[in-house]
Design a protein around this ligand. Structure first.
Ligand SMILES: [Zn+2]
Length: 293
């Protein structure tokens, strides 16, 4: 069956028509939530409506979203200030009222993990941890073939566990979170501390200053391997998948990370790239994975 999968991020809303883990047609708009919640809704509806005509009338819709999401109610429990007025929004009701199609909603990192678990680097396994290294750091855990949610669907916030006590400030309000170091923003901060300012991480890795690149790679891989070792100790997974936008830069740091992997933890890059959220949420829209059926 063809399913509509939509991935709501802080910058863009991406959607696709998905069939058996393959994206057949893409749509994309700016998230525009900084312009107000009504502008955000226009963008979301535009993505869905671009895809809607190409599907059957009973086709379900899956929404993968940034923020803490209650997958049972389909509402946003909490989102940071980068998504103003987003906390409390019931995405499920918004979509079902407008399109009269069954709608499921899940956090974006968990959607990406689900995509990898069903179709990608975690296929066939039962114990999978994923870290998504993008603008921020997200994560997710599948234990005994089930997504780990916690008491209020706020488990697996792997990016906001502490790496350095009283370290760099994090957008979540705490200090020293993993996200403040091993995300794109974290790498830009490391460069800044070393005297160089860049706008995006690609500029860092393609700059002329090879000593600076080596220093940043060294700090980044030291931090990342510490994080991986911690999650390995907590969850004892069969594999730890590294996804998110930073995997586009693995040419510059993956080998160094592997050299530091002294305990032979199985660490692999995500198979589905940045499409794993759309593919994962489309799977969820067709299969009742949340309640473990
Ligand atoms: Zn944090």
């Amino acid at each position: 069956m063809k399913i509509i999968g939509v991935d709501i991020g802080g910058t863009t809303i991406k959607g696709g028509i998905v069939e058996n883990g393959e994206i057949l047609l893409f749509a994309k708009r700016m998230t525009n939530i900084q312009l107000g919640i009504e502008e955000f809704k226009k963008s979301l509806f535009a993505v869905i409506e671009e895809l809607l005509d190409e599907t059957e009338p009973n086709c379900p819709i899956g929404i993968s979203s940034t923020g803490d999401i209650n997958p049972l109610t389909g509402s946003v429990i909490y989102a940071t200030d980068s998504m103003p007025d987003y906390s409390g929004l019931c995405l499920k009701k918004l979509i079902e009222d407008r399109y009269h199609r069954k709608t499921v909603v899940l956090n974006d990192s968990l959607s990406a993990l689900l995509g990898e678990y069903i179709y990608g680097a975690g296929k066939g396994l039962k114990e999978v941890v994923m870290l998504t290294l993008g603008t921020g750091v997200g994560g997710g855990v599948i234990s005994n073939s089930k997504l780990l949610f916690g008491k209020e669907f706020r488990a697996s916030r792997l990016g906001h566990t502490t790496l350095y006590k009283n370290g760099r400030p994090c957008p979540c309000g705490k200090k020293g979170c993993i996200e403040a170091y091993i995300s794109a923003k974290g790498l830009l901060k490391t460069a800044e501390i070393n005297g160089s300012n860049f706008f995006d991480v690609n500029e860092i890795f393609t700059c002329e200053d090879h000593n600076l690149i080596a220093k940043i790679v060294e700090e980044f891989t030291n931090d990342l391997i510490s994080v991986i070792e911690n999650y390995n100790a907590i969850f004892d997974p069969e594999v730890i998948i590294i996804g998110g936008g930073l995997i586009m830069t693995t040419d510059f740091w993956w080998d160094r990370l592997m050299e530091k992997n002294q305990t032979n933890i199985k660490i692999v890059p995500a198979d589905l790239g940045n499409d794993s959220g759309i593919i994962g949420i489309a799977y969820l829209a067709e299969n009742n994975f949340i309640e473990g059926e």
